[in-house]
Each structure stands twice: as C-alpha cells, then as structure tokens.
Design a protein around this ligand. Structure first.
Ligand SMILES: [Zn+2]
Length: 387
C-alpha cells in the first residue's frame, strides 16, 4: 500500500500541490508574512442538485487544529448552497497555503457521497437505504465513504470495519456466491437460517438460478415466518422492467400468505430508480451512486489581504457572513462589515457558521456521529430533489 498517504503525511501537509509549496518558498524568500482571509465555496453543484450536504469538516478540523490559524465553518452535516462560504480560514498565508489541496480533498469527495446518500434517503421516503458501495472505492477510504453515507442518512453500511467504527451493526443479505457454492437458492437460505446469529434478518437473494418470483416463493416456503425479505439484484442483461419484476414478486408472495416478506432491490440503484420502484420495494442497497458520487467542486479563494478586500475575477472580495433567518429560514451571504441584523420578513438573522479551530486547537468538542446524522437528516427533510 505504498501509494497511500498516512494520517501523519496528511497532517504534515505533504499531500500538497507543488505550486502551493513554491508559493510558500517565494513568500518566505521575500519575507512577506501576509495575513489573509480565505473562503471555501462551491460555485455550482454537480448535476442539477439544488443543495448539498457538507461532510468532511471534522477531518478539516483535525488538520486546522494543528495550524496557527482561526477557522469558522458550517457544522458537519449541514445543508449548503452554491456561493455560500462553508469554511473560512484566517491567518498568515504561508502557515496554511500548503494545506489547500488536503482541505479541499477532505470536503469534495465526502460531501458528494453524503449528498447522494441523502438524495437516495429522501427518494426512498421512509424505506430503508443501505450503503453497499464499499467495493467501488479504494479500501483505505471505504470507512470514510461509509461514514459520509451513514451520517447523511443511510440506515446501515455493509463493511464490518466501517460499522465497527460507527458503532452500529453491519448490514447485508447474502451474496450470489453462497447460492452458487451451495448449489441452490433454497439450500443457501436454509443454511443461512441455521448458521447465522438469530438477530440477523433472513433476507434471501432470489435471482441466482431461476426467475425471481419462483425463487422468492421457494425461499419463503422453505423458511416460513423466519424469512424477513427477499433481495432482487437482477443482472442488467436480464433486467428488462425491474418495477414489473418487483410487482410480480410482491403479487406471488402476497397470494401465498407471505405479505410480511419485504422486497429489497440492489444493483445500479440511484435516487431516480428508487422513485420508480417505491410502489413495490421496501428497501434498497445503493452502491456506486453513493460511493462513486460526483464530487462537490469546492474551491478556496483569498478574499482579504492584510485587512483589505481583494479577490480574483468572478469572486466577491471581503470576508463574508453567512446568515440564516430564525423565522422564515431564508439564508443570505453579505459582506461581514455590512451584515444586516434583521431579515426582510422582520425575523432575526443569525450566523450559520461557528468557530471551528483557533489557537492551535479545536473550538469546543467535536459533535457525535448521532448528532451529525440528526442534523443532516433534519436539514434535508423539507428540501426537494429537483431545483
Ligand atoms: Zn426571514
């Protein structure tokens, strides 16, 4: 695993685009210790997302708390919109310039993963959504991906290590390999039922050898009331109309008295497929859509140098306030020096960003996983998937 940064290398600022290192070299050679304010914003979001979830801030806090800078941010798990400064860093530029690559890398991928997970959860409208995508990510980052998926609202994660770190039981059904090695779907379901701890729900995979509806009925008859569900992971080449397949499976199970057996669907699932399948599916395993989510393209821009507002073309200069109205929930970005106290509705405006680090340490205690997840779920609850 030679081509992996260790935590020590990341914290030492070694995952650094060389032009930042050269910039620092030049500033030091010229003796220019300029105090700057830099803001992290996404000027647009992937696809047509109207909003996104900010995840990765707690890892940024680990990096920033080792540096002589002041930082403020939206809390981990917050909803944010384009052009909102989600993280602001103030300090001598040469002290943090070499960390820009790292800080953006910590935010861009995790926020994309979290947003896709949140969108799938919203589309599923109360049905379960499990993160099954670890296999689409490098194993060294799989726990990070699953954390982002879980805090965004996935009901469970598939890998043993991520679940252990999150303090939740890992989630899974059975792989095709079990049915193939055992020789039949029913044998695999029976063996699972006999061997695996009784606390684990019995969910039979029903598309290995035959038609989904016949395998589903056979598994239900073999396990009786102990079968919690069936999983459809129909291969793309045989898939045709997956909604129709799920409808048929539901019909045949119900007709035989197996109304309690749930239907889970996996394989190429995203928020749009979830919306199509909701009438007949009770839960989803989502892989690639979550773990290989589009990245949120955050950028870090200097907006103030030695107290004077300055910014590159296309970027508003000066430090900004990100405010939210307590009454109508409106949000606005204003120059910090001119930040209004009242919303147009008359409600009080409050700063949505909070101190993150200062004096070489984190400000306050980091939030728990449960708190981050609660924030992400509640903030995304009323939002729509489409603009
Ligand atoms: Zn208002």
């Amino acid at each position: 695993m030679e081509f992996h940064a260790t935590s020590e290398e990341v914290l030492a600022g070694r995952v650094c685009d060389v032009y930042f290192r050269r910039t620092v070299e030049i500033l030091k050679a010229r003796g220019l210790r300029k105090r700057v304010v830099a803001e992290v914003t996404a000027k647009s979001l992937p696809e047509s997302w109207p909003w996104a979830l900010l995840v990765g801030i707690e890892e940024c806090a680990e990096v920033l708390s080792g540096l002589p800078v002041l930082s403020r941010s939206l809390p981990e798990g917050s909803v944010f919109y384009p052009w909102e400064p989600v993280l602001t860093i103030e300090g001598c530029y040469e002290e943090f310039a070499e960390y820009e690559t790292t800080l953006l890398g910590l935010l861009c991928q995790a926020s994309g993963v979290a947003t896709c997970a949140s969108r799938c959860r919203k589309a599923a409208d109360g049905r379960s959504v499990l993160s099954f995508g670890a296999r689409r990510a490098h194993p060294m980052v799989a726990p990070m991906v699953e954390r982002a998926a879980y805090v965004a609202g996935c009901d469970g994660v598939s890998t043993v290590l991520a679940a252990e770190k999150l303090g939740i039981p890992p989630s899974g059904t059975m792989p095709h390999s079990l049915a193939l090695v055992m020789g039949s779907t029913v044998e695999a379901a029976r063996a699972f039922d006999e061997v695996i701890d009784q606390d684990v729900p019995r969910i039979a995979l029903v598309d290995t050898f035959g038609d989904e509806k016949f395998e589903a009925v056979a598994a239900a008859e073999a396990l009786g009331g102990r079968l919690a569900g069936v999983r459809l992971d129909t291969p793309g080449s045989r898939r045709g109309d997956l909604r129709r397949i799920a409808e048929e499976v539901r019909w045949e199970l119900d007709l035989r008295g197996f109304q309690e057996v749930k239907i889970f669907v996996s394989g190429g699932i995203n928020e749009y497929k979830i919306l199509e399948l909701n009438d007949f599916a009770d839960g989803y395993g989502v892989g690639t859509r979550i773990s290989a989510a589009p990245t949120v393209d955050f950028a870090m821009d200097i907006v103030e140098v030695d107290g004077l507002p300055v910014a590159k073309r296309g970027m508003a200069s000066g430090r900004k306030a990100l405010l939210g109205c307590r009454s109508c929930r409106a949000r606005l970005v204003a120059p910090a020096a001119l930040a209004p106290a009242k919303c147009h509705c008359g409600g009080a405006l409050e700063s949505l960003v909070k101190p993150l680090t200062g004096d070489g340490k984190r400000t306050g205690d980091p939030p728990t996983i449960a708190r981050i997840r609660e924030r992400a779920i509640s903030q995304a609850a009323e939002l729509s998937l489409e603009p």
